[in-house]
Design a protein around this ligand. Structure first.
Ligand code: FE2
Length: 419
């Protein structure tokens, strides 16, 4: 056997090392190496978690700073609106003028700025009664039998303007899903099968007609007294809506004027009563209103389509949006101003909007020409509201337009608020 050359022992040695390394590892070696790997993986995971938590903390801090900034900006804007003074023209009856100082302060603020925030209008018990009643109604909803989605985006004309279920909801209780809860082939997505109440966008439009709990709120003396104090003389209620603004999927309501959907002649007389049944905040989709915009002309009207109803074209949409005024000055009509969300929401402020955060039981009242919107709900909590719309009655020479989507059967009239 040849002896290795004295200069080549390392080669031999490496070969031997290499041969040794090819030997299967012992149990002890395996355990040690695995546990080392596990330790490294655990350390990496822990580090990633820490980085993620730090990122989330920073995001939360930034969001809070931005929300605080929005709140102080809103509060400054609202306090600048101030108490009205001098001669004020009634919004509901333009021929009527009155002195702000001697009038009801609520009416003067409403006519001067176009909205009114009435804190604590309903008691916790009154809110709870409506929340509970809606939970019962939603429980009885059969999405397989009744299902239609609702949104105020670009598809609103096609969706609501071609849906018999929507058009038939005037004096009934119909259920409308969130678009994000709707399955591709219609009906509810399977994940909502056992929590269908969380899939609803809204329920309407005849809750005050057929349900005792919602009619009791509508007929409450304090509601009639408020509406009359603002200048309505013969208020009648064409519609009521329960809006859910569900956690995570509750969509935005784009900029609009309510009179677009609730048109009266010869002048606009719609009044919205927006009641927060749960807190409405910047992050779960509170109202944003544009003070003073109630004096602007109506921009669009959602009208029955003559092609469908008069020319008899069954394939034409039932409803269409028609421009009432040139819209250059309000380019965000039917959408949101740019840079609305995420905060600091400069685009909304630049367009003149101001948020109105509400506690449960607060009521926001505004006329049908006020520009308003609400953002999507990005939180884990719902933001339920009950909304009534009324108009001035025929006794005051006001007619409900025959071109509105909402029509009662011949001979039936809207519910009048008790005196
Ligand atoms: Fe509205």
């Amino acid at each position: 056997r040849l002896r290795p050359h004295p200069h080549t022992p390392r080669v031999t040695s490496r070969t031997q090392d290499s041969a040794r390394s090819r030997e299967p590892p012992t149990h002890m070696q395996l355990t040690t190496s695995n546990s080392r790997r596990l330790t490294v993986a655990a350390a990496a995971a822990a580090a990633a978690t820490l980085v993620y938590l730090a990122y989330r903390r920073r995001e939360r801090k930034l969001l809070k700073q931005n929300l605080d900034a929005i709140r102080s900006r809103a509060s400054a804007l609202l306090s600048n609106l101030g108490a009205p003074s001098g001669l004020i023209r009634s919004w509901v009856d333009p021929s009527c003028e009155y002195e702000a100082e001697t009038a009801d302060a609520r009416r003067a603020f409403f006519d001067a700025h176009g909205f009114l925030h009435v804190r604590g209008f309903c008691t916790p018990a009154e809110c709870e009664a409506m929340l509970r009643r809606m939970a019962e109604l939603a429980d009885g909803w059969d999405p397989l039998r009744e299902a239609a989605a609702f949104s105020t985006g670009d598809d609103q004309e096609a969706a609501q303007g071609s849906s018999d279920y929507f058009m038939d909801s005037a004096d009934r209780i119909h259920f409308f899903m969130e678009v994000k809860a709707e399955a591709a082939g219609g009906g509810l997505k399977p994940e909502y099968a056992n929590r269908k109440g969380e899939a609803l966008n809204k329920v309407g439009h005849g809750l005050h007609v057929v349900d005792d709990v919602f009619r009791a709120y509508c007929d409450a003396p304090k509601l009639g007294a408020l509406v009359r104090a603002l200048g309505w003389r013969a208020p009648a209620v064409p519609q009521s809506m329960y809006i859910f603004k569900q956690p995570r999927i509750g969509g935005e309501v784009t900029s609009h004027q309510d009179s677009c959907f609730l048109y009266t002649e010869p002048r606009q007389t719609c009044l919205g009563l927006w009641l927060a049944l749960e807190p409405a905040t910047l992050t779960n989709g509170c109202l944003w209103v544009r003070p003073g915009s109630h004096r602007e002309a109506l921009r669009r009207a959602f009208r029955r389509n003559p092609a469908h109803y008069e020319a008899g074209d069954a394939t034409a949409p039932q409803m269409v949006f028609e421009a009432e005024q040139p819209q250059e000055s309000v380019p965000w009509e039917g959408k949101l101003p740019e840079r609305s969300w995420p905060p600091p929401s400069d685009g909304l402020f630049d367009a003149g909007f101001v948020p109105v955060e509400c506690a449960a039981g607060d009521l926001v009242v505004f006329p049908g020409t006020l520009d308003h919107l609400s953002l999507a709900n990005s939180t884990e909590k719902s933001r339920h509201t009950f909304q009534l719309h009324l108009v001035e009655g025929e006794a005051e020479g006001v007619r409900w337009s025959k071109s509105n989507w909402l029509q009662y059967p011949e001979g039936r009239s809207f519910h009048s608020l008790p005196k």
